[in-house]
Design a binder for this molecule. Structure first.
Ligand code: AMP
Length: 573
């Protein structure tokens, strides 16, 4: 199917999906067999004594559930250039950078052609269902997509974010063409070295092809909101470029300039039209359909940490439907949105049983010392929450993803999952992801500045403040004495700089996340918090300071906010 993408038959894609999900249990068994057959000679599997067996029971008996930390030294050897069969039968030649920064650096994850195949399968499946509800004509897609910088690992392997690895694959373009979803912008814009220049040119290309745009999309909804916020600021400049046919001097990258100059010719009629359309709007409500009247929907991941952007997105979208995109991770895809008409808040993801072998740890059993017992894909129960465990074609076996999902129902024999939360994630505003460990490392770095003054951080917690525009991180500190203002200001800058997650840093650089705020608390605040928990029946021996306080934890947030004695904003970016 994928080699002949130009002839993609959407009815056939749906039929195949229906057949496969009816037999989800059998397909899962077959998928595991294939994975273990292809990779049975890998050092990792042979060392576990699997001995070439490919059945579910032997697999569970011999292969332990692992986290990234357990596999790190295997992956590092691959990245360092060891091409022997370590995790997979065929050598891994590409590495993805996942957002995890628990060890103070992004995680390396193996990437290969099989992951590209499953990405295309997910894209085609959800597109087939989407197109049945919202058919698009022949045209283009205004896609706010950006490539990350690629680099070579020590062993000479290409490394980049998983989306970049997908965008660079030859299959991506042909699939997009077959799905009538070709990007308005040339490759030079997608792969440009500077985010601001690429964003400006995506907007410009969208306007040049305004009549052809069939839908507006991005991987994460946040980027769409960010793009149209930027549009509000640069619309005059965009219109001037279109009027004169000359690209603003702000775009300095020669390859982007050359690519855009092939598309841009003076068109004062279009410039006037854009100006007229924008002047007719009230507070930019309905901007997207005003600019792109033939667009049928807006598409991107809108669930999980993207939900806070739905309000603004709906404002720009006016009456245009919002369709939430699929569910996956750098480690592999999981499910497709086959119910595109559901509002994003209710979006579910039907697991594709042939792209990996999936297990589910029931969260109601979690806690305690006993090793949790996962259940299979077809054994999950509606209404229950689970952590996902993935076995994929790229060398991850029984890998705990760390995401909590809820089973919303079944599509034939395969579960439809709702994303609930990331188990070890604390701070996230848009594409940034920081864990408890990341927070701890940041606080430790900043505490070194305090230590020079012979002062200590007594305790700390954090909060994501979305009441400001853009949102920002707040770190609450209780200190064992009085620190000077200039010292605390330094600490605040160090905190901001210490979150080295690529998503955080890139968002900070473009002010998609505001300056980090350090709030210093009155002495005894954490004692008050402890008292509050004890009052609710918690035991001191089990008490753990909440390291991130969300809006639902309103009492604790109130205790914190009413005890702030001074606050500082970072000037680190
Ligand atoms: P990364 O580690 O950068 O590959 O990000 C993958 C993570 O992003 C997943 O493990 C989820 O926590 C989150 N994610 C991906 N897709 C979705 C989705 N459709 N809804 C909510 N969260 C998602």
């Amino acid at each position: 199917m994928l080699e002949k993408m130009a002839e993609i038959n959407l009815d056939r894609v749906i039929e195949d999906f229906e057949a496969m999900t009816k037999d989800a249990g059998v397909v899962q068994r077959e998928t595991l067999r294939k994975i273990l057959e292809e990779n049975g000679n890998a050092e990792y599997l042979t060392s576990l004594g699997l001995g070439g067996r490919t059945d579910i029971q032997s697999f569970k008996d011999h292969v332990p559930m692992v986290t990234h930390r357990d596999l790190e030294h295997y992956i590092q050897r691959i990245a360092d250039g060891d091409s022997s069969p370590i995790l997979t039968g065929k050598p891994i030649t590409i590495i993805s950078l996942s957002s995890g920064t628990t060890q103070g650096k992004p995680k390396y994850v193996p990437f290969n052609d099989e992951l590209v195949d499953s990405t295309m399968q997910i894209y085609c499946t959800s597109f087939a269902f989407r197109n049945r509800e919202y058919p698009i004509g022949c045209g283009k897609a205004l896609q706010f997509v950006y490539s990350s910088r690629q680099f070579k690992t020590k062993g000479g392997l290409n490394a980049g974010t998983a989306t970049t690895n997908v965008f660079r694959s030859s299959q991506y373009k042909s699939t997009m063409r077959a799905m009538q979803s070709q990007c308005c912008s040339p490759d030079e814009v997608i792969f440009g070295p500077d985010f601001h220049q690429s964003l400006y040119c995506h907007l410009l290309c969208g306007l040049l092809f305004w009549e052809e745009v069939q839908f507006v999309s991005s991987t994460f909804a946040h980027s769409i909101v960010h793009a149209f916020r930027t549009f509000e600021l640069v619309v005059g400049e965009l219109c001037a470029d279109i009027q004169t046919g000359v690209l603003t001097s702000r775009i300095t990258d020669p390859s982007i300039r050359e690519a855009i100059s092939k598309l841009l010719t003076p068109d004062s009629q279009l410039a006037d039209l854009i100006h007229e359309k924008c002047s007719g709007l009230i507070n930019w409500y309905g901007l997207i359909p005003a600019l792109f009247p033939n667009a049928k929907y807006i598409y991107g991941i809108m669930t999980g940490s993207m939900e806070p952007y739905l309000g603004k997105l709906r404002h720009y979208a006016g009456e245009l439907p919002l369709v939430s995109a699929d569910y996956g991770s750098s480690e592999g895809w999981i499910g497709a949105n086959v119910n595109p008409k559901l509002p994003p808040e209710q979006a579910t993801f039907a697991v594709l049983p042939n792209i990996g072998y999936f297990e589910f740890i029931p969260l109601k059993e979690a806690g305690g010392d006993a090793e949790p017992t996962p259940v299979g894909l077809t054994e999950v129960e509606v209404g229950e929450e689970y952590e996902i465990v993935i076995t994929n074609f790229a060398g991850l076996y029984r890998y705990r993803l760390g995401d909590a999902v809820k089973v919303a129902g079944f599509h034939n024999g395969t579960p439809e999952l709702r994303f609930v939360y990331r188990r070890n994630l604390l701070l996230t505003i848009n594409i940034d992801k920081n864990t408890e460990k990341d927070l701890q490392l940041a606080v430790e770095s900043a505490a070194k500045v305090l230590a020079e003054e012979k002062l200590e951080v007594v305790d700390f917690t954090s909060h994501v403040d979305l009441s400001t525009e853009p949102g920002h991180y707040v770190i609450f500190w209780e200190i064992n004495g009085e620190a000077r203002g200039d010292v605390l200001k330094d600490c605040c800058n160090v905190l901001d700089r210490s979150f080295i997650d690529a998503g955080y840093m890139s968002s900070r650089k473009v002010n998609a996340i505001g300056p980090l705020e350090l709030r210093v608390l009155r002495r005894g605040t954490f004692q008050q918090i402890l008292d509050h928990y004890l009052g609710m029946g918690a035991a001191v021996s089990q008490f753990k300071t909440p390291r991130c306080v969300g809006p639902s934890n309103s009492t604790v947030l109130q205790i914190l906010c009413s005890n702030v004695v001074e606050n500082y904003f970072s000037s680190a970016f």
